[in-house]
Write a protein that binds this ligand. Structure first.
Ligand code: SIN
Length: 507
């Protein structure tokens, strides 16, 4: 085994959170490890909506915070929402300063769009659906020019290094089939979400909760892992991952119709196509289950303007054999975002000394039970930078004997059966029976293949969904449709819930 020591901050993951952390760590050295080449294998580059921030006259951070808290269905930490929304405008301006080409009004001010559950137009976008790609291009250019940052691709996270006191002292990565230990004073996990645990996902399929699972195995507190957001309109053209048809299309007037061409959303919510994301996802799920089909019809709302106004959606549809200018787009709900994650404070510190987390793998308390649209890039930029600054202040640790915690990988066939089971039983609609069946399947896979980080992440989500016998935000239980009077967040540690205790804890 190769052993290396990095004199500075070690960051795993090269999405917007990881790279924001690296930039903010200056003048301390930052080493970024990523499996995929830059701009690949991260959700940030695929984000279509934009970045929410109160940048217009008439809007305020307090109003943005209120909307964030309302969307989160009782579980958002108000102090974190305030911090996020107060730092939002400066974060957008900083990205614009790096060259992110946000849409501008005639007077040069940021153009702001309205998205569902925002009380004011406050989403800074780039050419319809290009925000994530354009922001990442600007940030990557800044990272490559920064003398304090080194990026190493081809490094897949396999484990964590801990000392006898439980302090995280670095990571174990796989490079060209060999394990490499890299020790550092501070480690930031920015490893993304859990979309790859689901059969249908809008995120890169390689994101399977590795950071979350490994942090849990190391003893970190995990928050709200049952809260998964399903985007209603992934494009159903048989691709894995499924391309996204941004919510902005419905904002522009596109409508949801069945195979017979009739609109159906009015049967589910007075706001029809602009109802909250979880309501639209469940409606589409129900229409598909009833074999009536679900399609996004943007022929009138966008029509011939598709190639210029929504280039990413247009390209994905055309590649799948659907011309959205003249045909309704077949749609399916897909795993889109994990609100839960490694519990952190506002500076990314986890419950384990030496370990920080940022972006989708973290749970800062900003999103609660349901993330407000276009708050994820914002959170990645704001809390990524905060984690980078805090980790850079960590003192060098004295040499110590380190314990290597390496989890096995899940073979491809086992992963496919996990993905099917997660979509079936921990998807848009859950029930105790389904979740118990899922936990049995996860247990059987762990017995056969070992306790991989992906199985740990899946088990955390499934067991917490079973324990939460209510319906709140993105978590809907067909056998417990009411919402509890008193909201409570989930905080769990893996060692507190050995396999045999999962079911009993929930019964
Ligand atoms: C979308 O463009 O519909 C997704 C935006 C988001 O997830 O915030």
């Amino acid at each position: 085994m190769q052993r290396l020591a990095h004199d500075g901050v070690l960051i795993v993951g090269a999405g917007l959170a990881g790279l924001s952390a690296a930039l903010a760590a200056a003048p301390r050295k930052a080493l970024v490890l990523t499996d995929a080449p830059l701009n690949r294998g991260c959700s940030s580059a695929w984000a279509q909506g934009g970045m929410a921030a109160a940048l217009s006259e008439g809007d305020t951070a307090a109003r943005h915070a209120q909307d964030t808290i309302a969307a989160g269905a009782g579980l958002v930490d108000p102090a974190v929402a305030r911090l996020l929304t107060e730092e939002g405008p400066a974060a957008v301006r900083a990205l614009a300063g790096l060259g992110a080409p946000f849409d501008r009004a005639a007077d040069g001010a940021f153009a702001q769009s309205l998205e569902a559950a925002h009380s004011y137009p406050r989403v800074a976008r780039v050419k319809g659906d290009q925000a994530g790609a354009a922001i990442m291009a600007a940030v990557i250019a800044a990272v490559l020019a920064a003398p304090h940052i080194e990026v190493r691709t081809g490094h897949r996270l396999r484990g964590l290094l801990q000392d006898a006191g439980g302090r995280v002292r670095g990571v174990v990565c796989e490079q060209d089939g060999r394990l490499v230990e890299i020790a550092a004073a501070a480690t930031i996990l920015a490893t993304g979400g859990i979309g790859g645990l689901y059969e249908v996902t809008t995120t890169p399929a390689e994101l399977m909760g590795e950071g979350l699972g490994l942090a849990a195995l190391a003893g970190a507190v995990i928050a709200d892992p049952e809260f998964v957001q399903f985007h209603p309109t992934a494009i159903d053209v048989g691709r894995d991952p499924a391309p996204l048809a941004t919510e902005a299309l419905r904002g522009e007037g596109a409508v949801l119709v069945g195979a017979d061409g009739a609109r159906f959303m009015a049967r589910y919510h007075p706001d029809a196509e602009l109802a909250p994301r979880d309501v639209v996802a469940r409606a589409i799920h129900a229409e598909r289950q009833a074999a009536r089909g679900a399609f996004l019809d943007a022929r009138e709302a966008v029509g011939a303007h598709f190639p210029e106004e929504f280039p990413a959606v247009f390209a994905a549809c055309m590649a799948g054999g659907v011309d959205p200018r003249v045909q309704p787009i077949p749609v399916v709900p897909a795993c889109h975002y994990h609100m839960g994650g490694i519990a952190t404070d506002a500076d990314g510190a986890t419950s384990l000394p030496g370990l920080f987390a940022a972006g989708e793998c973290a749970s800062t308390g900003a999103h609660g039970a349901n993330r407000l649209a276009s708050n994820s890039l914002l959170e990645a930029a704001v809390f990524g930078a905060r984690a980078g600054r805090a980790a850079a202040a960590a003192p060098e640790a004295a040499p110590a004997r380190l314990v290597r915690l390496v989890a096995p990988s899940l073979p491809p066939a086992a992963l496919q059966s996990l993905r099917r089971a997660m979509s079936r039983d921990a998807g848009v609609i859950r029930s105790a029976d389904g979740l118990l069946r899922l936990l049995d399947e996860i247990e059987a896979l762990a017995t056969q293949h070992g306790r991989s980080a992906a199985l740990v992440a899946a088990r955390l989500a499934a067991a917490s969904a079973l324990a939460r016998a209510e319906s709140r935000g993105g978590h809907f239980r067909s056998d417990a449709t009411a919402i509890d009077a008193v909201p409570r967040r989930t905080f769990i540690r893996w060692p507190d819930l050995p396999p045999a205790a999962w079911k009993h804890a929930a019964e």
